[in-house]
Design a protein. Structure first.
Length: 54
């Protein structure tokens, strides 16, 4: 999600197409996902990990 917030519409088009094309079982999301995002999303706290957190 880093850098995606500025162009949500384009991101969601690509995201939805990805869901259709590869049908992922799990999606790793670095940062907070958009509420519109479907799927089994595992949120990864990017800032915490970046600063040495576990």
């Amino acid at each position: 999600m880093i850098g995606c917030k500025a162009d949500k519409i384009s991101f969601m088009r690509g995201y939805n197409e990805m869901l259709k094309q590869i049908e992922p079982k799990t999606i790793l999301c670095y940062g907070a996902p958009f509420k519109e995002m479907d799927g089994n999303i595992v949120k990864i706290d990017y800032w915490h990990k970046r600063n040495g957190g576990k």
